[in-house]
Design a protein around this ligand. Structure first.
Ligand SMILES: [Zn+2]
Length: 238
């Protein structure tokens, strides 16, 4: 027999060692999850009246193994929870999830045609009926927005594009946004955009920007040509 411990004893030591490592590991992971949660909480707290956030849940900081450092002393991980992108929502209007949907101050859902100005609403209704006759369903993804929501979209866009100037090519500040005034509508899906881009002039509804095929406004008298498109939105001096 050699100097080694008998096999059973050695096995027991190893088991204990493993369980200690296990406890430390679990603690570290739980710790970082807690940290992460607190940050997401912070973040969402900052963004006033938030939408239901679905995508945030999928990116916890579990990937990094704690190695030897105990959880308490780990430095704060990157302060960037995933956030819904600022691109317009793709959800069709057909899903009636009213309870969690954003409402404007007037109590109208953002996806409702009823938040639009009487002029755009009447024109869009006619266009939608004509599209339907052509086998195309126009879904409204965003019509009138609250100023709060618009500001939140702008903040997200500034993060995404890196500057106020670039962000406002996609999302205007509340005081310049046609959506906040009920004078713009975002539609989908792609076939509907194509249809309305081609036929909207008959109803006085025009695509306004090159970079936003989904965005339409009442820019011309029904039956007359739409004005030339603009490359993108521009915020006036702010
Ligand atoms: Zn729009």
């Amino acid at each position: 027999m050699r100097n080694d411990l008998p096999p059973r004893r050695r096995g027991a030591v190893r088991t204990r060692l493993l369980s200690v490592i296990g406890v430390v590991g679990v603690g570290a992971v739980a710790g970082s999850l807690l940290l992460w949660h607190a940050q997401v909480g912070d973040f969402l707290g900052l963004a006033a009246d938030k939408e239901p956030v679905v995508s945030t849940v999928s990116a916890p900081a579990v990937g990094a193994p704690p190695a030897t450092t105990p959880a308490a002393s780990t430095p704060t991980p990157t302060r960037r929870p995933t956030y819904p992108p600022s691109t317009p929502p793709k959800t069709p209007t057909t899903t009636p999830t009213t309870s969690t949907k954003q409402k404007t101050t007037s109590g109208v859902r953002e996806e409702s045609i009823n938040g639009l100005s009487p002029k755009l609403k009447a024109r869009l209704k006619k266009a939608m009926a004509a599209a339907r006759a052509d086998g195309i369903t126009i879904s409204i993804t965003s019509a009138r927005r609250s100023a709060t929501k618009q500001q939140r979209l702008l903040n997200a866009a500034i993060k995404k594009y890196g500057s106020y100037k670039l962000a406002t090519r996609w999302v205007l500040p509340p005081k310049y946004s046609a959506h906040v005034q009920g004078k713009a509508v975002d539609i989908g899906p792609a076939a509907a955009m194509t249809w309305l881009n081609k036929n909207g002039w008959r109803y006085g509804v025009c695509r306004r920007y090159d970079n936003e095929p989904w965005h339409f406004e009442a820019l011309t008298a029904p039956g007359t040509k739409c004005p030339p498109r603009e490359p993108h939105a521009v915020a006036k001096a702010d």
